[in-house]
Design a binder for this molecule. Structure first.
Ligand SMILES: NC(=O)c1ccc[n+]([C@@H]2O[C@H](COP(=O)([O-])OP(=O)(O)OC[C@H]3O[C@@H](n4cnc5c(N)ncnc54)[C@H](OP(=O)(O)O)[C@@H]3O)[C@@H](O)[C@H]2O)c1
Length: 251
C-alpha cells in the first residue's frame, strides 16, 4: 500500500468506502487511474485488506459525526491534494415517529447524512478554489454526493429522517454548485434500489419490486460507480441530481 502524493492529478476522497457502493466506486476509479484516499470509520483488517487490494491507496479513519474527526479527515485529504470528493457515507435506518429515542436518532442521521457532507464539501471545495486561484489554473474539481432517488418522490413511513436528509443533500448540491463555480462541479447521483445487503428487507417480494422498474432489474453497485465515473469525465454539468434507478421514479 503506497502513499498518495500531493502532486497527483485526480486525487479522490471517498467517504464510507467500505460500504457496497463505496467499494464499487473505489474499484472503478482505481482501475481508471485515480489516486484514492479511502475514508473508513474503523481502520480494521477488512479496511486494510480492501486498501491493499487496490494498490496505491491511503486509508483515512474517522467518525463523521465527530466535528474534530471530520476536520481531521478534511485536513489529511487537503494535505494530499484532493480534488474530487465523493460523499457516499450515510446512515440508513427507520425510526418510528413515536420512538422515545427519536430526537437522538434524528441528530445522528443528520450529522452523517447532511452536516458531514456539507462541511467536508465546504472545506475541500474552498481549498480547490484557493489552489486554482493561487496557481492560475482552470482545472475543475468535483464533488459528487450519493443521494437517493426516493428522496423527492416517495415517502416511506419510518424513514422520514433519512429521506429528509437526502432531500437536504440535493439542496446542498444546488447551493454549492453556485458557490464553488467555476472551480468545482457539484452534482448528486440518486440511486434507486441497488441490490446490496441493507437495501431490500427479506419480506419484500423481489419479483414484484422488479415489475415496477422500467429497466426490469434491480440496480447493482457498479451502475452507481459507472455514473460517478461518467460525471468525473465532464466539466459542464453542475447542480444536477441524476437518478440511477432504472426509470423507477418516472412511473
Ligand atoms: N444501497 C442502496 O440501495 C442505496 C439506495 C439509494 C441510496 N443509497 C446511498 O448510497 C450510499 C452508500 O450506500 P450503501 O448501501 O453502499 O452503504 P451502507 O451499507 O448504508 O453503508 C454506509 C457507510 O457509511 C459509513 N458510516 C455511517 N455512519 C458513519 C459515521 N458516523 N462515521 C463514519 N462512517 C460512517 C458506514 O461505515 P460502517 O460500515 O463503519 O458503519 C458505511 O461505510 C449511501 O449514501 C446511501 O444512502 C444506497
Amino acid at each position: 500500500m503506497s502513499e498518495v502524493t500531493p502532486e497527483a492529478y485526480g486525487t479522490v476522497l471517498i467517504t464510507g468506502s467500505l460500504s457496497p457502493l463505496g467499494q464499487a466506486i473505489a474499484k472503478k476509479l482505481s482501475a481508471e487511474g485515480y489516486r484514492l484516499l479511502l475514508h473508513v470509520r474503523n481502520d480494521n483488517e477488512e479496511a486494510r485488506d480492501f486498501a491493499q487490494s487496490l494498490g496505491s491507496v491511503l486509508l483515512i479513519r474517522g467518525d463523521l459525526s465527530d466535528p474534530a474527526s471530520l476536520r481531521n479527515i478534511a485536513d489529511i485529504a487537503i494535505d494530499k491534494g484532493v480534488d474530487i470528493l465523493i460523499n457516499n457515507a450515510a446512515v440508513f435506518r427507520p425510526v418510528a415517529l413515536d420512538s422515545p429515542a427519536y430526537e437522538d436518532q434524528w441528530r445522528a442521521i443528520m450529522e452523517v447524512n447532511i452536516t458531514a457532507p456539507f462541511l467536508l464539501s465546504r472545506l475541500i471545495g474552498l481549498d480547490i478554489c484557493r489552489r486554482n486561484k493561487m496557481m492560475g489554473k482552470t482545472q475543475t474539481g468535483h464533488i459528487i454526493c450519493i443521494s437517493d432517488a426516493h428522496s423527492e418522490e416517495k415517502i416511506f413511513p419510518g424513514y422520514s429522517p433519512y429521506l429528509i436528509s437526502k432531500s437536504a443533500l440535493n439542496s446542498v448540491v444546488r447551493s454549492l454548485a453556485i458557490e464553488l463555480a467555476p472551480h468545482v462541479c457539484v452534482n448528486a447521483i440518486a440511486p434507486g434500489i441497488i441490490d446490496t445487503p441493507s437495501s431490500i428487507p427479506s419480506n419484500i417480494n423481489r419479483t414484484n419490486l422488479i415489475s415496477h422498474i422500467p429497466m426490469r432489474r434491480l440496480g447493482v453497485p457498479d451502475d452507481v460507480a459507472t455514473a460517478v465515473s461518467t460525471l468525473l469525465k465532464q466539466t459542464y454539468c453542475t447542480g444536477a441530481v441524476i437518478p440511477v434507478d432504472g426509470g423507477r421514479s418516472l412511473i
